[in-house]
Design a protein around this ligand. Structure first.
Ligand SMILES: O=C(O)CCC(=O)C(=O)O
Ligand SMILES: [Fe+2]
Length: 282
């Protein structure tokens, strides 16, 4: 199945690409790699190319994106290289639990590639924007660059098609490992625009707009992803992933997206997180 609807993220991506000097054909080629239908991709690029500059600023705020981004035929998401299921969906804020995003083997492979690389996790310092260790985040972690190897490339492509967001506008996969007692206390994933430390991040790639937390193993007890203000907790299950959004098309941030990783009670917990950004690196 091909993608036949243009999200605002793709529209912004086309506009940015044109401003950076990419040819229309280069942009169309990337869209084809991301499962867009050829005529649609060509039309979309030429329409955006004809829009007056600064149109983004004049665009009226639109409704928060709605689940039609995931055209459902039955309860699986079509157009991917494996049958990803939708297990539950909350409309506002958007929270979707997907099943079967990753195979058992892919989960194992990611854990094995990460086991010797993980280091104590950090958080973004409010004042400086630098990464610092913090008691609120007692996990260890590592990153993969976009398309770092064949496995990560396959997964990044799948996630771009699933979330209908260009690969370049995603951050590299982050891997986290929590031992017993390890947790990530409730926090927002978006950069708080009122905090000086957010500035370099916002200038570089814009705001974060959504998060997909994928579970790489089953956890014997604890380790749920919790949304305290929604009264929602998601139990980790290998291959599943919980996706949530916190910024609508007009850039309004949603504090209901407060979330965390509850302490692991028994066993350990491995996750892979994909953060979506408004734009690619400049
Ligand atoms: O551990 C979890 O379930 C949540 C992780 C998380 O919030 C994050 O990586 O930003
Ligand atoms: Fe988070």
């Amino acid at each position: 199945m091909s993608v036949t609807a243009l999200s605002s993220a793709w529209r912004d991506w086309i506009r940015d690409g044109l401003e950076r000097g990419c040819s229309q054909q280069q942009l169309v080629d990337v869209m084809l790699q991301n499962e867009f239908e050829a005529n649609f991709a060509r039309a979309a690029v030429s329409v955006v190319a004809l829009e007056p500059r600064g149109a983004a600023a004049q665009k009226p705020p639109t409704e928060p994106m709605v689940p039609h981004r995931f055209p459902l035929d039955g309860n699986t998401v079509p157009g991917l290289d494996r049958p990803v299921q939708v297990l539950f969906r909350l409309e506002r804020p958007r929270v979707i639990l997907f099943g079967n995003i990753l195979s058992e083997q892919e989960c194992e492979q990611i854990i094995n590639l990460s086991r010797n690389k993980v280091e104590r996790s950090t958080t973004v310092d409010n004042a400086t924007g630098k990464s610092v260790e913090h008691e609120a985040r007692t996990s260890e972690g590592t990153f993969f660059l976009l398309n770092e190897n064949e496995l990560i490339e396959r997964i990044d492509r799948r996630l771009a098609a699933l979330l209908q967001h260009p690969i370049e506008c995603g951050e590299g996969l982050q891997i986290l490992h929590y031992n017993v007692g390890g947790e990530y206390r409730p926090h927002f994933d978006y950069f708080d625009p009122n905090i000086p430390g957010s500035k370099p991040h916002l200038e570089e790639r814009g705001q974060r707009i959504g998060t997909l937390v994928m579970y790489l193993n089953d956890v014997e007890a604890g380790g749920e992803t919790i949304f305290p203000d929604l009264g929602l907790s998601v139990a980790p299950r290998r291959g599943h992933g919980v996706y949530f959004e916190y910024s609508d098309d007009s850039g309004t941030l949603d504090p209901l997206s407060l979330h965390g990783g509850a302490p692991v009670i028994r066993g350990d917990k491995w996750i892979a997180t994909k953060w979506l950004r408004q734009r690619a690196s400049r």
